[in-house]
Design a protein around this ligand. Structure first.
Ligand SMILES: *[C@@H]1O[C@H](CO)[C@@H](O)[C@H](O)[C@H]1NC(C)=O
Ligand SMILES: *[C@@H]1O[C@H](CO)[C@@H](O)[C@H](O)[C@H]1NC(C)=O
Ligand SMILES: [Zn+2]
Length: 308
């Protein structure tokens, strides 16, 4: 038997099994990475029925009067945060003093990290779309439910992770605090490199809490492999603004683990598969709703028909 005939086939099969996952933008004929359509072959959850991101069809959302505002704890603290290039995106690590409760979430959550999804060269790069429209950029703040310590512990709880998502819209003026973020990304160009942003305040990059009463809620997944179906998603109506200069700059800073420019880092939208997207009702008298959180959340989850 001539093994030299079989060896290349065998090697290519092996490399398919262990291929690094990648975004569509990274895939090319001479790159064997696993692009989003192939994620499920390696990470079965990515082919599940509660995947994210999704397209939100505003005419089909269900308005729910029992989705109260959030309580953002530690968001105004001045903190030193570590930024690390993870090969597919850059993560900004948050300390445990940053927490989240309210919003009909079933418990207390501790912040873990935040990160952005962007396009490149003027192309939009949000993960969620609204009525088919993709926005320039999206911010995700990841929180883990107590007492879980990490995603692996939370992944069997369908609300184990609370993800807050903010869409960016292009504006004439610079976002006053994003240049710090852009500069930090410039210091973590390559996979594995890290830096610190001293004296950072999460609230500086966000709208004020009083403008965050209106949001969409649905149950979904992480948007990168393993696509764990453990996420209570919140997408705020209120957008953040970013200038075209900043938008251009932010996608220029980092490189993927392959060395290519880190652009178009978003997963394509996934089917709703019978899920319902809820929308909170803008209202001032929400105190009594807080006591209903359990009922609401089980209604929000239960009507999807996916809780047993
Ligand atoms: C941030 O880092 C600086 C310099 O290392 C240090 O003096 C300061 O105490 C740190 N702040 C916090 C909130 O940890
Ligand atoms: C990216 O860097 C991390 C260390 O931070 C390393 O574990 C990983 O293997 C690297 N990925 C690639 C594809 O080189
Ligand atoms: Zn994300």
């Amino acid at each position: 038997m001539d093994f030299s005939v079989y060896l290349p086939t065998l090697l290519s099969l092996l490399s398919q099994c262990t291929a690094q996952w990648c975004y569509q933008s990274q895939y090319s004929c001479d790159d064997t990475c696993s692009d989003p359509i192939r994620w499920a072959a390696q990470f079965p959850s990515c082919g599940g029925l509660r995947q994210s991101p999704i397209n939100i069809v505003t005419s089909k959302v269900h308005v729910n009067s029992a989705l109260p505002p959030f309580e953002f704890i530690g968001y105004t603290n001045t903190i030193n945060i570590t930024v690390k290039n993870k090969g597919h995106s850059a993560h900004f690590t948050l300390p445990q003093s940053v927490r989240l409760t309210g919003g009909a979430l079933p418990g207390q959550y501790r912040a873990a990290q935040f990160h952005f999804h962007w396009g490149g060269d003027g192309r939009p790069g949000s993960e969620h779309t609204i009525d088919g429209e993709r926005f320039p950029m999206e911010l995700h703040i990841v929180h883990i439910k107590e007492p879980y310590g990490c995603l692996a512990e939370a992944e069997h709880d369908m609300a184990g992770i609370a993800l807050l998502a903010f869409l960016f819209e292009e504006a004439a003026d610079d976002h006053p605090y994003l240049d710090t973020v852009i500069a930090a990304l410039g210091r973590v160009q390559n996979n594995g490199s890290s830096t610190v942003i001293p004296n950072f305040r999460l609230s500086d990059i966000l709208p004020s809490a009083k403008d965050l009463h209106r949001y969409y809620r649905y149950v979904g997944s992480m948007t990168t492999p393993g696509c764990e179906q453990a996420v209570a998603w919140t997408l705020f109506h209120r957008t953040l603004s970013i200038s075209s200069r900043q938008l251009y700059a932010i996608a220029q800073q980092c490189r993927f683990w392959t060395g290519k420019p880190m652009t178009d880092i978003f997963r394509p939208t996934q089917p709703l598969d019978g899920r319902v997207v809820y929308q909170s009702k803008a209202s001032g008298t929400l105190t009594s709703a807080v006591h209903l959180w359990y009922g609401v959340f089980s209604a929000v989850l239960g009507t999807t028909g996916l809780i047993h």
